[in-house]
Design a protein around this ligand. Sequence first.
Ligand SMILES: Nc1ncnc2c1ncn2[C@@H]1O[C@H](COP(=O)(O)OP(=O)(O)OP(=O)(O)O)[C@@H](O)[C@H]1O
Ligand SMILES: [Mg+2]
Length: 273
Amino acid sequence: MDKQLETLKEQLRQQEKMASLGMLSAGIAHEIQNPLNFVINFSKISDKLLNDLTEIVEDNIDKFSDDDRHEVDDIMADLKENMAKIAEHGERAINIIQDILMASRGKENEFLPTDVGKLVKEYVWLAYHALRAARKGFNISIHEHYQEDIPKILVIPQDLSRAVLNIVNNACYTVWHKSLTAGDDYTPELDVSVSMDGGDIVIRIADNGEGMSDEVKQRLFENFFTTKPIGQGTGLGMGITRDIIENKHAGSLKFLSTLGQGTTFTFTIPVRT
Ligand SMILES: Nc1ncnc2c1ncn2[C@@H]1O[C@H](COP(=O)(O)OP(=O)(O)OP(=O)(O)O)[C@@H](O)[C@H]1O
Ligand SMILES: [Mg+2]
């Protein structure tokens, strides 16, 4: 009994730590937004100034020697490219920060009216960009179908986004892994849809990756079951995902998988408004 109490207390301490960590990262994210906006705005202003400068140089190009002209052209081109990079990566950082703010908006276990299509879309692209950043040169073709006119429904956005992220991460991983050995005619694909079916909202995420063997299907939800190399997976994702869909949202999580062909996960969640 004492031991159980100790374990419970420890769990509580952990939860409190995670909650304050969430608050902290939201605070930091918020603070970083301002200087980042400065970086982006000034890079845009500098780009305009550079255009003005280019015009002046072009008007006076006959005053330069051939060598100087080439050098000036090269420098101008480089500067323009750098400016575009600063703006592009600045925007990317802003997007990441907005995702962090989104994720830490709700309190733990708090049901909030949520645009589920928008939430799914955000996390699909978050996973996609993370993968693209980690595995240079790799690409996935993503097909999305979000039914319009779905009202906001009550879900725990923090948890649902985690569930979506895990499924999409797994999907991205399997199509990437398959692409290492598949022929040139293999196009990694993801199919994502959110729709209403009677009183349920249905989220479907399908990949044309490696599919699962019977053993993997049986052990899918087992904690610490992973087929990924050390450091790439802990094997907790699917257990957490099922808990979020079935226990926290009273929904169901189903999957269909064919070895070598791909896998489809379906979340069905009863609508609460
Ligand atoms: N879309 C999929 N296609 C093929 N196999 C999959 C797919 N999703 C999951 N699996 C298999 O199920 C295993 C368990 O998945 P799970 O998400 O629980 O853990 P993980 O992805 O290995 O690690 P993590 O804890 O980081 O999520 C994976 O290692 C993989 O073998
Ligand atoms: Mg996973």
